[in-house]
Design a protein around this ligand. Structure first.
Ligand code: UD1
Length: 429
């Protein structure tokens, strides 16, 4: 299993390009199931989760072609994203098997499109994952309200409907993939569907934009009430995947923690208000350009408290990275996690590097220390791994991060991008 070896202590400096967003690409690829015509996606990131999703779609009979795009002049990225064309005209197997779903919870996103287009789906229940139980009851509740017959048998969700019917849907909590699944299903339903308490994440808006380009009639995406007028069929389209706001935020944190000065291109501060606000509280200077962000960090950050909540509040996917930067900031920060019940596993690993962190339920108290010391640590989930990378970049001496397959799920060419910013980082087999 690959490991990442980091020799810390170098302030990050320079420019890199941000990749397409994993969490936008995953539902977008599933949206291609909704039509018999080919759908073309550009700016698709090179990530293991994308590979898993494409394999899942291929075994359903979707024709997948993937082409590497050219790297635009002036960027130092490892790649400028791929172009992926999906042709679901031959869809013949509406099943998402356990072996694929267990490695990537987002596989549940095929459920809504499959029932809507094929009239039937069998999708394995994702089960728990390291950060919490993460049930899919809201996805099932919504499809049932739209007239689907849904049974959970032998670990699979089995849903059937000759044609879904528009309905008023209310989710008990704000759920991102739940909103996306129901929005996709509603595109081909008969009549109007209203999703109340909808997720407002930019990735939901990106999906809605693509669906509209495919002929869907959607209004209100980005707000908490989304209205969808069902249509008989959708058609092909070409869609560019939005930049990854969590990758952007992660590199901003890495630059902040190391006292660096970086410029990130192909991204926008528009999706990151809550994160940038906190980085400025820490003492960083952040300059927003039209398609780029520059961050200059002070020699030592000031501690800043955060509380995670659905967009536009502070994202849970940036919580671990802020724990790492607070670990070396001046002062004490209080970090409250309100989305997932078990998302502090990085804390014990940060403590191994010398951080002073106390956990009480969903709250972490982080007392900044002047320095961290390199050690061997273990990555436990995607964003936890990112926090260990940031800590490793700051720590004195060498940090060896084990189980970095989590990072390969969500960060394209991580070591190349860090190296382009001057970090001393190397993948070891
Ligand atoms: C998405 C993101 C993930 C991010 C999360 C929260 C993707 C592919 N993943 O995950 O990176 O951390 O949003 O911003 O976009 N819940 C239920 N029942 C349901 C659905 C959700 O109880 O049917 C709960 C979850 O357990 C969690 C909360 O609702 O506590 C929010 O989860 P949700 O927004 O659904 O997360 P995901 O869409 O899985």
């Amino acid at each position: 299993m690959d490991k990442l070896l980091i020799a810390g202590g170098v302030p990050l400096a320079g420019e890199i390009a941000i990749s397409g967003a994993k969490n936008a690409a995953l539902p977008l690829l599933c949206a291609a199931l909704l039509t018999r015509e080919p759908v073309t996606f550009t700016n698709v990131p090179h990530l293991n989760d994308i590979g898993t999703m494409l394999r899942l779609l291929a075994q359903m009979g979707v024709k997948v072609s993937r082409e590497k795009s050219e790297v635009p002049a002036g960027t130092q990225s490892a790649g400028a994203g791929d172009t992926v064309v999906l042709d679901a005209s031959g869809l013949d197997n509406a099943v998402a098997p356990y072996e694929m779903v267990k490695t990537m919870r987002a596989s549940i996103l095929v459920l809504g499109p499959l029932v809507a287009r094929a009239g039937e789906a069998r999708v394995s229940l994702p089960g728990g994952c390291a950060i919490g139980a993460r049930p899919v009851d809201q996805h099932i509740k919504g499809l049932t309200a739209m007239g689907a017959e849904v049974a959970v048998e032998q670990g699979y969700v089995h849903a059937k409907a000759t044609r879904l019917k528009g309905a008023r849907l209310f989710t008990d909590m704000v759920t991102v993939t739940g909103t996306e699944n129901l929005m996709m299903a509603a595109c081909l339903a008969q009549g109007e569907t209203v999703i109340e308490n909808a997720a407002r994440e930019p990735e939901v808006v990106d999906l809605a934009n693509c669906l509209v380009a495919m002929g869907a009639r959607i209004s209100g995406a980005g707000g908490d009430v989304i209205r969808i007028q069902g249509v008989e069929a959708l058609h092909g389209a070409t869609h560019r995947i939005m930049p990854d706001r969590i990758e952007t935020g992660t590199y901003l944190c890495a630059a902040a923690a190391t006292g660096g000065d970086v410029r990130l291109t192909g991204t926008s501060s528009a999706y990151l208000d809550a994160v940038i606000d906190k980085l400025m509280d820490c003492g960083c200077e952040v300059l927003s350009e039209r398609d780029a962000i520059r961050l200059k960090a002070p020699p030592r950050l000031t501690a800043t408290s955060i509380r995670t909540a659905p967009y536009p509040a502070f994202p849970t996917d940036m919580q671990a990275q802020f724990m790492a930067i607070n670990a070396v900031a001046d002062g004490t920060a209080v970090i409250r996690e309100t989305i997932f019940e078990n998302r502090f596993m990085h804390a014990v690993e940060l403590i191994r590097l010398g951080a002073d962190i106390r956990i009480d339920g969903n709250t972490a108290f982080v007392k900044g220390v002047p320095k961290l010391d390199g050690a061997t640590v273990m990555a436990t989930d995607l964003r936890a791994s990112a926090s260990l990378v940031i800590a490793g970049l700051v720590a004195q001496g060498e940090t060896l991060i084990e189980r970095i397959y989590h990072l390969d799920r969500g960060y394209e060419a991580l070591e190349n991008k860090l190296a382009a910013l001057g970090a001393r980082v190397r993948r070891v087999k």
